[in-house]
Design a protein around this ligand. Structure first.
Ligand SMILES: *[C@@H]1O[C@H](CO)[C@@H](O)[C@H](O)[C@H]1NC(C)=O
Ligand SMILES: *[C@@H]1O[C@H](CO)[C@@H](O)[C@H](O)[C@H]1NC(C)=O
Ligand SMILES: *[C@@H]1O[C@H](CO)[C@@H](O)[C@H](O)[C@H]1NC(C)=O
Length: 470
């Protein structure tokens, strides 16, 4: 009783004393434990996550694809040089081939430099990270001695749970790029097996007049235009065009009678928004093409005659700096290849930062009818070593020139798995040496090719269809 009174009296004195001086109340908690140094733990966590960022898997991946790229290009260069030695006639042919080889050499040098600098950087990072990890380990041991309240253990358990949860969500150890949604379920015919034909071969309305151009059928036609075929010829310098020519049926394009006639982009040629280069495509009532003097895709709405532009990334090569080539010839102003598959429109191009390797991007249409660049895939194969590309069901295919009668579909890149295949081995019988544009139409499963002014089409054979007939 006596003790109780004394204690409360003392408390009262303390409190009134404090109220007088600072207008608030302070209670002191005294524990025999030392306080846990949260600030140190926070510091540790920060340096650990720094370490993580330094050693990101993207960095390792960058190195891997550089090496893969070099691996691909060296044998290609060897082949090219060998071919040149065999066939050099000392004339124009040799000059062109030398030009291709010189390009190859420049790009290989650039890759080696990049590889050298990233290897040195990796070594520096490695040393740096090892030192940091050592520091972290020491500090952690120190902190553990403070861990009377099990703070660390709980945090560790939480982190493990969180990691498990993330893994569950991502469906595996490594987050993978999202596969394109369309690929499964919309490949109605199964695997792409072979190409037969030609099915259609015509010299068209202007036999022999325009070496460069493109033709085809809109895979997503507007109502009433289902059987229309379109034709774009590069009427100025084999580089520029300013109109799309329409034919109401296949037979009218074969006999060369254009009923709906031309839809003009602009009366002058070339000028802003002129079509530049042959690899254009019609989709959903609009023409997609490389616009004049720009590293950009243009979409020309055939109904409203309005143009929407999609700027490609910085470093994109244009104005005939990254063409499709074979040893005899580079096809001028083929920097951008617009192509269609079941899912819509894609653009194939290359950039300085990709060392001239094929890059593939989805062209997405926004709600407000603007265009945006969708998901992008980088390959390890040089654009200058292929003659054209097309896309079937989310798989990119590339061709090469074998001889004047034969073109080979030799390469594929699957956007679902990221796998490249250099042994596709499907051959196309040509009616003319050069294929200046090539595109797949999912509407009729045909390949449309424009070859030195001739219009040719081929039928694509799929797994399911051939099984059906077997
Ligand atoms: C790699 O880089 C170092 C300096 O960073 C340089 O001394 C060396 O010559 C380079 N090697 C090659 C093969 O370019
Ligand atoms: C592809 O078709 C061609 C002729 O159309 C034929 O000669 C060739 O054997 C076929 N290739 C395969 C792998 O079926
Ligand atoms: C063309 O413009 C019309 C009118 O604005 C629009 O309805 C149509 O979707 C457009 N087509 C394309 C392919 O953008």
């Amino acid at each position: 009783m006596k003790l109780y009174v004394i204690v409360s009296l003392w408390a009262l004195v303390t409190i009134t004393h404090q109220i007088k001086t600072q207008d608030n109340c302070v209670c002191e908690f005294i524990s025999s434990e030392k306080p846990f140094p949260y600030d140190k733990l926070k510091m540790m966590q920060d340096s650990a996550s720094n370490c993580n960022n330094l050693m990101s898997p993207q960095k390792a991946f960058g190195l891997e694809s550089l090496l893969l790229g070099l691996n691909r290009r060296l044998p290609q260069l060897e082949d090219d040089v060998e071919m040149l030695e065999k066939e050099d006639d000392g004339e124009l042919y040799g000059v062109l081939s030398l030009y291709v080889i010189e390009n190859e050499l420049t790009e290989i040098q650039a890759m080696i430099d990049k590889l050298n600098s990233s290897t040195s950087e990796h070594k520096r990072l490695g040393d740096d990270t090892a030192q940091k990890l050592e520091d972290v380990k020491e500090k952690m041991e120190e902190l553990e001695t403070f861990d009377a309240m099990q703070v660390m253990k709980k945090q560790q358990a939480n982190q493990r749970l969180k990691r498990d949860l993330d893994q569950c969500r991502n469906g595996g150890l490594h987050p993978r790029p999202q596969p394109t949604k369309h690929t499964e379920g919309t490949c109605p015919h199964g695997r792409f097996l072979n190409v037969t034909g030609p099915r259609v071969f015509t010299t068209g309305e202007y036999p022999g007049s325009y070496k460069y151009g493109a033709w085809g059928r809109d895979p997503k036609p507007e109502e009433g235009k289902e059987s229309w075929h379109w034709l774009v010829m590069l009427t100025s310098s084999n580089i520029y065009a300013h109109y799309v020519r329409f034919y109401s049926t296949l037979s009218s394009i074969i006999v060369g009678v254009s009923t709906p006639g031309n839809v003009l982009i602009h009366p002058s040629n070339p000028t802003t928004n002129t079509i530049q280069g042959p690899n254009v495509v019609l989709y959903g009532g609009a023409l997609y093409y490389n616009c004049y003097n720009k590293d950009a895709v243009c979409r020309f709405n055939l109904t409203t005659k309005s143009i929407t532009t999609l700027q490609l990334p910085k470093g994109t090569r244009y104005n005939s700096k990254a063409n499709f080539c074979h040893l005899d010839e580079c096809y001028v102003f083929t920097d951008l290849d617009l192509i269609t598959d079941e899912s819509g429109v894609w653009v194939v191009y290359t950039t300085n930062q990709d060392f001239g390797n094929l890059v593939l991007s989805k062209v997405e249409e926004e709600e407000n009818q603007l265009l945006s660049l969708g998901q992008t895939w980088r390959t390890s194969f040089p654009k200058s070593s292929v003659t054209n590309t097309f896309m079937v069901c989310g798989v990119l295919y590339a061709t090469r020139y074998v001889d004047k009668n034969l073109e080979e579909i030799f390469y594929s890149f699957d956007t679902t798995t990221g796998k490249e295949n250099l042994n596709v081995g499907i051959f196309i019988d040509k009616m003319s040496p050069n294929i200046l544009s090539l595109n797949y139409s999912p509407l009729d499963q045909m390949l449309y090719a424009y070859c030195d002014s001739k219009l040719v089409s081929y039928e694509v054979l799929f797994e399911k269809r051939s099984n059906f007939y077997l």
